[in-house]
Design a protein around this ligand. Structure first.
Ligand code: ADP
Ligand code: MG
Length: 570
């Protein structure tokens, strides 16, 4: 019998060290404390409950929102010899019965359950006849109506816990870090004095880029030609793409190998080994590659196609630079990627026996996530900022090394501006919010300013030539760097930060990446029911033109039927 968390980690998962946050969470759980773990996608939340599950006497119930997620996890666990099963609407009643029977006979350590199953009479009865040591709620933000993923079934978790003879330890895990959602999780799941642990989402050594090359292969070819001795992964959407890209790279004399679910498991294992041991520098793979692989010196990850959501993207891109060295994550976008992903959303879920409502909710949710992924490819903003924001982490800063920062931003000496901002915050007695400080600095004619006589303040209008947007960027930057802070509460006001005094010394020198003032944008919105082939062709051209210019957000919104139509045509 394995006794401690380190041997579980080694024996089953084959890893030698825990990642940030994992040790604390696992220790709390095995000492009997509830946990709320907030970690970015790919940080390793699963391990935080899987390791304790193997250490507890009794069964662990994992609440999970998606059938595909459950399947993946259970398959992965079984592969490493951990007895686990899932219970959801994709199983027939008799399969469900069998699974519960097995569980009664102690055949599993973990069972994954859809939230709606928890309070069915059958599962309740089952739960009373076995010892449930631990309930882990994965994707716990689904309990909150504030998030976009609200799932009413999650509200039943409480009823389930209350119906058990003995309340198990409860762990909740999510990648969503907004305060509202955090509080909701704690309250709605009635966590008892939980250890709440948030690990940062930012991976500072990664730099991000979105490229829209006309010829993707050409891009990859040129890119790897300049990087002979370093390791990288090239993710493609389809097996066919993997074969094709890998073949062409090999033909050019590169050490490239491949990985996708269509290969025999022996070959997959062999290819993975070649890559992990540095015998092959390039891995061309579908997203089947990566799970459980910990290669530290991956210097770049190129996405040949846009993934279906930001979670997948950040997880896959995050396989670069685990050793902390600078690494590049490049996404090669084409309009077609959106169409393909939409096609998958429409067709992937047909196999699962979801109810109509579940299917619709799932689809909507996936569509929303696809949209946010597409926006990533078209944002003019800092890409790191976009990612961190997506995962609910505040970031006012501009990273200065993503493809957007490098083209849309310039390094500027803002010392004088920052001093003006500081002095205005002081003159306003640290009593006003960002908007008002900006308005005063820009000499706004607003009524409220007159009423409060703020136009008498000596800093009124001293930055009237700076745009509101730039001023806001500066304030955000100063907040991120500790020159300013905001007070807590419903109406946060700007106050001087602990570094403010540094700005008032003669040596003060503050540089930042400031957004260049924009040229006016062309705006073309195309929201149409386009089933007309000529119009479709025209849209394709438009989209390509936009993509080339890299200036105009060219996200085109189609409805379901249109997309299906288009996918069929492609
Ligand atoms: P999350 O649920 O937080 O998105 P996962 O639990 O799916 O992340 O883990 C992401 C990846 O990190 C998996 O491939 C997992 O095997 C790997 N991983 C987790 N913990 C460790 C660790 N301590 N050492 C190395 N790899 C780890
Ligand atoms: Mg997870």
């Amino acid at each position: 019998m394995i006794q401690d968390k380190y041997s579980v980690l080694q024996t089953y998962f084959g890893y030698s060290e825990f990642r940030e946050g994992q040790t604390e969470i696992i220790d709390a759980l095995i000492s009997g404390q509830d946990v709320l773990g907030i970690m970015p996608t790919g940080a390793g939340k699963s391990l935080c409950y899987q390791v304790p599950a193997l250490l507890f006497e009794g069964l662990t119930v994992v609440v999970s929102p998606l059938i595909s997620l459950m399947k993946d996890q259970v398959t992965a666990l079984n592969q490493v010899g951990i007895p686990a099963a899932f219970l959801n609407s994709s199983l027939t009643p008799s399969q469900q019965g069998k699974m519960m029977q097995n569980a009664r006979n102690n055949q599993y350590k973990l069972i994954y359950v859809a939230p709606e199953q928890l309070t069915t009479p059958r599962f309740l009865e089952f739960s009373r006849t076995v010892t449930i040591a631990f309930v882990s709620v994965d994707e716990a933000h689904c309990v909150s109506q504030w998030g976009q993923d609200f799932r009413p079934g999650y509200l039943q978790i409480n009823d389930y816990l209350a119906a058990l003879p003995k309340r198990p330890i409860v762990g909740a895990f999510t990648a969503t870090a907004t305060n509202l959602v955090k509080e909701d999780i704690s309250q709605l799941l009635r966590l008892r004095d939980p250890l709440t642990l948030t690990t940062g989402f930012d991976r500072k050594n990664l730099s991000f880029a979105v490229e829209k090359p006309k010829d993707k292969f050409r891009f990859v070819q040129d890119y790897v030609a300049k990087r002979e001795d370093i390791s990288g992964i090239i993710y493609c959407q389809s097996r066919k793409n993997v074969e094709d890209v890998c073949q062409r790279l090999s033909d050019l004399g590169h050490e490239a190998t491949r990985y996708h679910a269509g290969l025999a498991s022996d070959e997959r294992r062999a290819n993975q080994e070649l890559f992990v041991t540095d015998k092959m520098k390039l891995m061309v793979a579908t997203n089947a590659f990566g799970m459980g692989i910990d290669k530290s010196n991956v210097a770049f990850v190129i996405h040949y196609n846009m993934p279906k959501n930001m979670e997948s993207y950040y997880q896959e891109a995050g396989r670069a630079g685990r050793d902390g060295s600078p690494a590049e994550c490049i996404l090669l976008y084409s309009g077609r990627d959106v169409v393909t992903n939409q096609y998958f959303i429409d067709n992937d879920i047909e196999d699962d026996q979801l109810s109509e409502a579940e299917r619709e909710a799932f689809k909507k949710h996936e569509q929303e996530r696809l949209k946010r992924m597409s926006f990533y490819c078209f944002t003019q903003d800092c890409l790191r900022h976009y990612i961190l924001n997506y995962f609910g982490e505040a970031s006012g800063n501009y990273c200065g090394n993503c493809s957007n920062c490098l083209t849309n931003f310039e390094k500027v000496d803002v010392t004088l501006s920052a001093q003006k901002i500081i002095s205005c915050v002081k003159r306003l007695r640290e009593n006003f919010g960002t908007k008002m400080v900006i308005d005063v600095l820009r000499g706004s004619e607003q009524k409220r300013i007159k009423t409060l006589r703020l136009d008498n303040v000596s800093t009124y209008g001293i930055m009237k030539d700076t745009s509101e947007k730039q001023l806001r960027h500066m304030v955000e930057f100063m907040l991120a760097e500790g020159y300013l802070i905001t007070s807590d509460g419903q109406y946060p006001v700007l106050q001087l930060g602990f570094r403010a005094k540094d700005l008032l010394t003669p040596q003060a020198n503050l540089m930042m990446n400031l957004a260049k003032e924009e040229a006016p944008k062309k705006k073309v919105a195309v929201t149409d029911d386009v089933v007309n082939p000529a119009l479709f062709a025209r849209l394709q051209i438009l989209r390509r033109e936009f993509a080339d210019e890299q200036k105009v957000p060219a996200y085109i919104v189609f409805n379901d039927a249109t997309l299906r139509e288009m996918s069929a045509r492609l």
